[in-house]
Design a protein around this ligand. Sequence first.
Ligand code: GLA
Length: 681
Amino acid sequence: MDWPRGFGGLCYGGDYNPEQWPEEVWKEDVELMRRAGVNLVSVGVFSWARLEPAPGAYDFGWLDRVLDLLHTGGIRVNLATPTASPPPWFGLAHPDARTVTPDGTRLTHGSRDTYCVHSPAYRAASVRIARALAERYRDHPAPAMWHVHNEYGTTCHCDHAATAFRTWLQARHGTLEALNDAWTTSFWSQHYSAWEQITTPRTTQYLPNPAQVLDFRRFVSDAMLDHFREQKAVLRELTPDLPITTNFVLGDWVPVNQRHWAAEVDLVAIDHYPSADPPAETAFAADLARGWASDPAHGSADAPAQGPATGKPWLLMEQAVVTYTGPRMLAKRPGEITRLSLSHIARGSRGAMFFQWRASRGGAELWHAGMVPHAGPDSRVFREICDLGALLPTLKDACAAPVEAGAAILWDVEANWALQAPGLPSTELNHTEAARQAHRVLYRHGVTADLVPPSADLSAYPLVLVPSLYLICDADAENLRRYVSGGGTLVVSYLSGVADEHARVRLGGYPGALRDLLGIRVEEFHPLPPEVTLTLSAPSPNGSGPRPAAPVPTEAETPTRSRPGAGTFASEQAETGTFWSEHVHLEGAEALAVYTGPHTLGTPLSGRPAITRHPYGSGTALYVSTRLTDDGYARLLGLEPAPVELVRRGDWLFAINHGDEEQQVAGLRLPPGGFAVRARG
Ligand code: GLA
């Protein structure tokens, strides 16, 4: 299957909402799109009320004209099903399809995403509108792919949800006895004696049951996936040649297991809105998307299997021409739109798309920026949009080969969910943040990382980082043992391997499932107050001195960078640990660093191992029991800073200078904010 239909090069465009504008604007839109080099727009994402103004009464006339106009202008369409925003009449006719919050409040229309994927009426209406669209446009030449729904994310706690949850639980646990055991319902008299007693984790008096909360998140993802699948089946039946996708959004609140879903979409699409550190966040999001798309179990739409970095295509479906930071929207600096788009593309995105084409003049998101700003095309932003549109067609050859990664970082959505449970030893524990740090460290040192699940085939990676992987099942722990015994270097950070798949603690010492692999036993956690910093020093006397482990692959093109190898702890260099520490016993491992400094005096930590190394089979497993600084982490991995972002794809090198100073790297001179995409020759 072509992806998207008829596309050889990169996609460029954004969400296009012509229903917000009088028809005379549409013509100008198409002219401006052509001027900007736009070749794909997402249409109809929130158009349900315009498409079906009354139950069963469709109005496709306006959309016919939009698609005809776009087609005449040579612009393809990513045609959306509008199910993320049911019209007011629908919610009024079917109150049971409106979202119920954990405290039992049933929401009212007036915003968007007010739906319940467990409601039969909503499910039926979603399939009906998807079918109506597919029947109408199955022979139209404009659509290049389908965009089902938008950013699946509304969690509902209504009675439909509770009933479906029970059915899901029966399939997962089999018997009530097994569920009671998995959920540890012996605690606080929560024992269930009938399935009907189980609810979704609604607002309750005090802390909810963490295993129930985790199962609920798994269930919601599966239920939403069913909703997606129902639409997909209809679209596939009527338009077998069109790829089908939906857009994933990133965030701890997101109830979607993107990796499971990636098996169901024809291409992985993400929306990405970085805030604090856009270049590093962009690289992380892009590598995450590539990881979701590249699971070998998914098969490959258009690329032969060539190791971990190939798989399904993926696309940056939405980004913004401004930066949303929470309290304020920041204008992007000149060239920043281009650099961040290029970073996504270097890391495998099949293009750069935006929310949205034209900034809205009213409605809830009237201040969300557009490729055509309120000021119109005579603007700095639109000029940069045109420049980017001219650049993308020149990148086709550079994007042909797979992205090359020098390391993997394990990221697992269930571990992330489990670590959001209330009642943990610190409210600030976060698997994704720990993964971001690991990724940032590699990124700042010119190492591209694949973000992969703990079940992935890791054998091709010289280095694998495991950042606070709180929850791990036995099979995945075995996968890590296999990787290290086969010669790999594994660097595990604090609070990993602690819980089983039911979020129950593995007994006998942390890090539970990984104890033998790491050759340690952690007796006790010592979370640190914000003001406390621990010193980490090489053990002495009689401690073993630094010994380099397997080296990270070298970058031939950056001879200035030396890589002594993961697992070097230079004795003259004291490191610092913050946030977290652990009381570690050596059970086969050696200490690379021990806790020292005034804050450890009088505590069991004083002089005890902080970083350990354990030979296992032909490989090495390191454990870091505290949060290192980024620089300390890099020193442990034996990395030297890379002044610019570097990504290699076969014979091509992408180099992006996000900084304010000129940089020379890999034989290139990059001015401030400059970039180069060049054949390595
Ligand atoms: C997301 C949504 C869009 C829009 C933007 C706002 O990406 O998919 O509909 O709300 O955020 O920037």
